[in-house]
Design a protein around this ligand. Structure first.
Ligand code: PEP
Ligand code: MG
Length: 747
């Protein structure tokens, strides 16, 4: 020991060795040892991993971090300690090889430039790994390697007696490899890149309570409660005041209920009473909230069941605000929420609160969740791999929703590659023209599909020539109920005025299918074939009239189109027109400002509508092909079923033939025909549609410019050729070849 440069450290360590009486003391000893070694070599971070031979993993035991380079989770603070498997990572490899490893890095964002990994021996047996890191390059090179190995092994020997206390059973963390990142895959729903830390099942009050300090006196707990209450109130007021996405109406729809609850004196008084009786503050919140949530869950009015989620979310907010971040208030910023299930209103709420991204379990994710996530620019991944639900809170994640990947503990390389790809995508958006045109100057109007006000603004920014489809069911879905005429009017009006001088098509609510309104929609064994779209509206006449009146009023002075969804028959159009006439009459009698001559249109999204275009054009001012549903009903493939996505083929020869028939049947009214399904922005199919004679495409705001750019690359003649060629293909296999060829030539 005398000749060993680490002798003094070892001597000091050995003086402490005999006094362990508990596992904590072993940890204290090890921490001391780690810090002494670190001081000796000047390291900024050190950690000991002990081998668990049952799990065949290296388990984090103690660590010292001088610069907060590792978060408290990784260093064994709150939550589960990290583990390393034996292969595929530096720590495991140092252990398996039984040799000291020096590692030097040259990664700009990685905090360490060098690392040293020293296997810990006890006699001939390897028992763990000691890791130290430094900010400087080659910091460990001048170290006496043999001396260090010897010293660390002596440390191992000293642990012999204490080892019995190193009990892996008490450690129940997940396998976490931050040297070798893990990746989970899923279906992309809403593109985008999000970096943040994991927040599993965000409304779990128990997990929020776990990190709280031990309860104090009744006075302390009362003060803590009042502070959490006022922080929560302030947060909700700020959210309301922020009018997120410029949509005060929608924010009010979603947050008002929580605000009312916080101001409800009986709700709050119950908590205060429990605290006065000696309950810790978090327990009082948990009990009262749990009680209310249970009551809501048991309500027969299904619509109220969703309120259970609202109240739990509030409880989570209050308890979290009692924790370390209490002063500033808990924030969703920088969090990636991992959840089994989500309501549309939660999605909106999390977006307003600036959550970075979401990972959801496959089942239960409906089309409107995906559509809404896209509108909110929120990266969302849907995965059937349930393991993401057990990722511990605080784990660093990178969500690359565009690629369908969730990286757990992403390393620098992964983060850089994803960021570069994102930059490229953004850079590519440089094509700006005022109007859609073919290369030989034939006008093709490119309008936008929108779901919320934010989209309408984005549509203007992206150069859309108006709104081709506003999905008016969204406010209903977000509120999970009907809205009054007045509420609807305010929402629709804000959309209309966002498009000065441009046409706006408001679609009446397409409720039903997977866009259910709990408590208003009947339970059906096959809702996609049930009371959906215009059927729902005709079955709920008062609601339909409120909506029509709101639309007519909102469209005053504007180029307004009212479009009917899920029309299967001309009779439905006639009935709807009668309702519109009635509403016009009522508005006239009320003397309210409104649009007295809206254009009336219908969606062509059912096979029966596709085969009766001749009749439909006679009774409408315009028609719009809803390929999302049309393809689903033609191919009998549920558009929301991830497992069938390979069968949902928009280029299916039969689909293309039906689309050509629609265009054909529209005859000289083809000018008033548009496509508003997602495939209108497909690089090949947009040319196919123009080749068929269609001159209106409605696409999501982000796709407006790419579609205009694509159309500008082809003459009308070339697009007609593409349509002809595609229509002559009879087999799917040949279609795929054609598509590949097209992509090779034009991408
Ligand atoms: C469609 O079906 O193509 C469509 C645009 O309507 P939605 O996606 O709202 O059903
Ligand atoms: Mg549809």
């Amino acid at each position: 020991m005398i000749n060993n440069p680490y002798g003094p450290a070892l001597k000091k360590i050995s003086q402490n060795i005999a006094i362990f009486e508990s596992s904590e003391e072993v940890d204290g000893f090890l921490k001391e040892a780690v810090s002494l070694f670190m001081a000796q070599v000047g390291a900024i971070l050190g950690a000991i991993y002990i081998y668990d031979d049952t799990a065949r993993e290296l388990v984090f035991r103690v660590g010292y971090d001088k610069g907060d380079f590792w978060d408290s989770f990784r260093c064994g603070g709150k939550g589960a300690p990290s583990r390393f498997s034996l292969d595929g990572n530096e720590v495991g490899e140092a252990f398996t090889r039984g040799a000291v490893r020096y590692l030097n890095y040259d990664l700009p964002e990685y905090p360490f430039k060098s690392k040293i990994l020293i296997p810990i021996f006890r006699g001939p047996e390897k028992i763990g790994v000691f890791l130290m890191a430094h900010q400087e390059k080659k910091a460990f090179c001048p170290i006496d390697q043999a001396g260090l190995l010897q010293a660390v092994s002596q440390l191992g020997d000293m642990l012999t007696e204490a080892l019995v206390l190193i009990n892996h059973e008490q450690v129940d963390g997940e396998i976490v490899n931050f040297s070798v990142p893990q990746v989970l895959t899923g279906m992309k729903t809403s593109e985008g890149l999000a970096e943040g830390t994991a927040l599993p099942v965000w409304t779990d009050m128990d997990s929020a309570a776990e990190v709280l300090p031990p309860p104090g006196s009744i006075e302390d707990e009362s003060a803590l409660f009042e502070q959490a209450l006022s922080t929560s109130l302030r947060q909700l007021e700020e959210i309301q005041g922020s009018q997120a996405f410029g949509d005060a109406e929608m924010v009010a729809l979603i947050f008002t209920a929580q605000m009312y609850m916080l101001k409800d004196s009986s709700f709050i008084e119950k908590m205060r009473t429990l605290i006065k009786a000696g309950e810790p503050a978090f327990e009082a919140v948990r009990r009262v909230v749990g009680d209310y949530a249970d009551r809501f869950s048991r309500m027969s009015e299904v619509r109220l069941v969703e309120k259970a989620q609202d109240v739990r979310d509030l409880g989570f907010r209050m308890i979290t605000n009692m924790g370390p971040s209490g002063e500033n208030g808990f924030s969703y910023e920088g969090k990636i929420v991992l959840s089994r299930h989500i309501y549309p209103s939660d999605l909106y709420r999390l977006a307003v609160e600036k959550v970075s991204g979401l990972v959801l379990q496959g089942a239960g994710v409906t089309a409107h969740i995906s559509i809404l996530a896209r509108s909110l620019n929120l990266p969302v991944l849907i995965s059937d791999d349930k393991s993401f639900l057990s990722i511990p809170e605080g784990t660093p994640l990178l969500l690359d929703a565009g690629m369908g990947h969730l990286y757990v503990h992403p390393d620098y390389k992964i983060r850089k590659a994803a960021a570069d790809r994102q930059k490229l995508l953004e850079k590519n958006r440089t094509f700006y023209t005022l109007k859609g045109r073919t290369a030989d100057n034939v006008a093709v109007r490119v309008t936008a599909n929108i779901n919320i006000l934010k989209d309408a603004r984005e549509a203007v920014r992206q150069g859309a020539e108006g709104i081709g489809l506003y999905r008016s069911e969204f406010p209903f879905i977000l509120k999970n109920d009907f809205l009054s005429e007045e509420q609807q009017f305010r929402i629709y009006r804000s959309i209309v005025v966002s498009q000065p001088g441009k046409p706006v098509v408001l679609r009446t609510a397409d409720i039903g299918g997977d866009k259910l309104l709990q408590g208003r929609s009947e339970a059906e064994s096959n809702p996609f074939l049930g009371v959906r779209g215009i059927r729902f509206s005709l079955a709920h006449r008062e609601m339909f009239r409120d909506q029509l009146k709101a639309m007519l009023r909102a469209g005053a002075g504007a180029d307004l189109g009212i479009m009917l969804p899920m029309v299967s028959d001309v009779e439905e159009i006639l009935q709807a027109k009668e309702e519109i006439a009635l509403c016009l009459d009522q508005l006239h009698k009320r003397g309210v400002l409104h649009n007295s001559s809206p254009r009336i249109g219908a969606m062509v999204e059912l096979p029966s509508a596709a085969m009766s275009v001749g009749e439909l054009v006679a009774e409408t001012d315009f028609l719009s092909i809803g390929t999302n549903d049309l393809i689903m009903y033609l191919l009998a493939v549920d558009r929301t079923n991830e497992n069938l996505s390979h069968l949902y083929r928009s280029h299916h020869p039969a689909v293309l033939r039906v689309l050509a028939t629609i265009a054909e049947e529209a005859g000289d009214k083809r000018d008033a025909l548009s496509v508003c399904g997602d495939v209108a922005s497909d690089p090949l199919l947009c040319t196919f549609f123009v080749g068929l004679g269609i001159r209106n495409l409605s696409v999501s705001p982000a796709k407006v410019e790419p579609v205009k750019e694509q159309l500008s690359r082809f003459t009308l003649g070339e697009m007609e050729r593409i349509s002809k060629d595609m229509l002559s293909i009879r087999r799917q296999k040949d279609m795929e070849k054609y598509m590949e060829e097209f992509e090779r030539k034009y991408s």
